[in-house]
Design a protein around this ligand. Sequence first.
Ligand SMILES: Cc1cc2nc3c(=O)[nH]c(=O)nc-3n(C[C@H](O)[C@H](O)[C@H](O)COP(=O)(O)OP(=O)(O)OC[C@H]3O[C@@H](n4cnc5c(N)ncnc54)[C@H](O)[C@@H]3O)c2cc1C
Length: 290
Amino acid sequence: MRILYPFAKRFIAGEDRQTALKNIKSLYEQGFLCTVDVLGESVHTEDQAVAAKNEYLNLLKDIETFHRPVDLSAKVSALGMDISYDLCKKNVEELIDAVRHHTVRFDMEGSDLTERTLKLGLELQKNHRNLGVVLQAYLRRTGEDVQSVINQGVSTRLCKGAYKEPETIAYQSMDQIRENFLKQAFRLLKEGHLPAIATHDEILIEQISRFIEKENISHDSFYFELLYGVRRDIQQALLGKGYQVRIYVPYGKAWLPYTLRRLAERKENILFVLKSLVRETFGLGKFSKS
Ligand SMILES: Cc1cc2nc3c(=O)[nH]c(=O)nc-3n(C[C@H](O)[C@H](O)[C@H](O)COP(=O)(O)OP(=O)(O)OC[C@H]3O[C@@H](n4cnc5c(N)ncnc54)[C@H](O)[C@@H]3O)c2cc1C
């Protein structure tokens, strides 16, 4: 799968921490905030889960020198949830103790993990205010989950959702997903605690920006979040309008599952990969020797 790396490179800040830190520093210098994901998911041994936690701890130490707030995006499956709830909880607690004024946020994975991820998030957030979660607008249950996070004051990222889910539990049409996204975004913006609106969808961003101005919602009370390498034009435009813009920055060697999700989101991405493969296979690249 190394063949996909030229495509992956656009979406990840590097395969190692030092390269990622240079890119993160540059984002901060441009005025962005960052949420950093150490790539990896679905680990099956305790050692792998501990290694994932240790990488976050090392990252925290290095990032301290930037003197800027950082949001750590972590997948519970990388921290051992598929091995045991208690192992994952122990790893997360160690991380939360170390983050101090920063934040740990659980990315939301496939629906087999939704319930356990939220249970752990809501349980730990009672004693650790700097723990955040993610909700997916395509899930039918999300309206109820939004109520829970509002009631408990949990900082929440709202995204559409990136996994293939069945119709019984998830909206399938883009119109329905957008409708639910807007409904839940408006609730979070009015009643939630530091929500993050995570989308590159211009229709949604336009309507949400209008809502923010109409309702006089303070720009300090929420974030727009976008993925590293996706729609840099929108990232800059939102920053220019005076919004707090946080970039989701993934790094690490385990880039394949993340890259495949990005690939599946756009047919143009699949075409890009196919074209690169043809160019490489038949030596048709601009700089290839004739
Ligand atoms: C900050 C952030 C964090 C996220 N965290 C999670 C999470 O924890 N769990 C989860 O399930 N999902 C997560 N996602 C992914 C999300 O659920 C969507 O799959 C993804 O954002 C695409 O949906 P969209 O709202 O951007 O709209 P789309 O309609 O898919 O895209 C809008 C436009 O953005 C651009 N674009 C979008 N995706 C790509 C791409 N892959 N390549 C090139 N251009 C693209 C295109 O110009 C497209 O027209 C996250 C997304 C963001 C922005």
